[in-house]
Design a protein around this ligand. Structure first.
Ligand SMILES: [Zn+2]
Ligand SMILES: [Zn+2]
Length: 196
C-alpha cells in the first residue's frame, strides 16, 4: 500500500525532514488477539530531538469532527437527490445515475467506516492512563504537528523548531513508497506488545 509523504522544514535553518504516513503500520493488540489500527501522526519528539511518528489518542472532539463531516456529506446527498426530477420513474433514476452521486456515496461510506473505527478505538482506549507515545523511543514529551490541509501548498505552522526558534513549515510531497516492514503491535497503554 502506498503511503503519503510530507516534508517538514524550518524557515530559519536548513532543517528538512520527510514524513511518510504510517497507515496500518501500527496497531493495538487486544487480549483476545484482535488488532485495532492505531491513529498516528507526526510529532517533534524532545527525546529523539527529531520528527517522529507518534500515537494520536482518539478524543470526543475528534469523534465530533468526523461526525460533522459525515453529516455535511449526507446533507450534500439529500440536496443532490432533491434535484432529481420527481416525475422520473424509479427505474430510470437507477439506470441513469445523477452526476456526482456515486463519488458522494463512496465518500459517505468511507466516512462512516472511519467514524465506526474511531468509535471502536475510543471505546477500547477508554481506560487508557498514559499519554500518547513517540513510536520511535516511547517517550511522551513530544509536540504533535499537523499535516497540510491543501495539497501542493506549503504551510507555515505555528510551531517553532525547538532549539532554533524558526517556524516549521509542511507541504505534501509527490514521493510515494510501497510500505514494507512488519506491522508493530502495542498494548492499549501504547507499550510494545509482548506475548506471555
Ligand atoms: Zn530551525
Ligand atoms: Zn522519541
Amino acid at each position: 500500500m502506498a503511503s503519503a509523504h510530507y516534508v517538514f522544514a524550518c524557515i530559519d535553518c536548513d532543517l528538512q525532514r520527510s514524513y511518510a504516513s504510517t497507515a496500518n503500520q501500527y496497531a493495538y493488540q487486544l487480549m483476545d488477539g484482535q488488532q485495532l489500527p492505531m491513529l498516528t501522526g507526526p510529532s517533534w519528539c524532545a527525546d529523539c530531538r527529531n520528527l517522529c511518528p507518534a500515537e494520536r489518542l482518539p478524543s470526543a472532539e475528534g469523534e465530533a469532527a468526523l461526525l460533522k463531516t459525515l453529516l455535511c456529506l449526507r446533507l450534500d446527498m439529500a440536496n443532490l437527490l432533491k434535484e432529481v426530477p420527481k416525475k422520473r420513474p424509479w427505474w430510470q433514476f437507477y439506470a441513469k445515475p445523477v452526476n456526482g452521486l456515486n463519488p458522494l456515496e463512496s465518500q459517505i461510506s468511507q466516512q462512516e467506516q472511519q467514524l465506526d473505527a474511531y468509535r471502536t478505538l475510543r471505546a477500547a482506549l477508554a481506560e487508557r492512563a498514559s499519554p500518547a507515545h513517540c513510536l520511535i523511543c516511547g517517550g511522551t514529551d513530544h509536540q504533535p504537528l499537523p499535516l497540510p490541509t491543501k495539497p501542493n501548498h506549503p504551510e507555515v505552522l505555528s510551531v517553532t523548531h525547538p532549539g532554533c526558534g524558526g517556524l516549521l513549515t509542511v507541504q505534501t510531497s509527490k514521493q510515494r513508497t510501497q510500505k514494507v516492514g512488519q506491522k508493530k503491535v502495542f498494548d492499549l497503554e501504547g507499550r510494545p506488545f509482548r506475548n506471555r
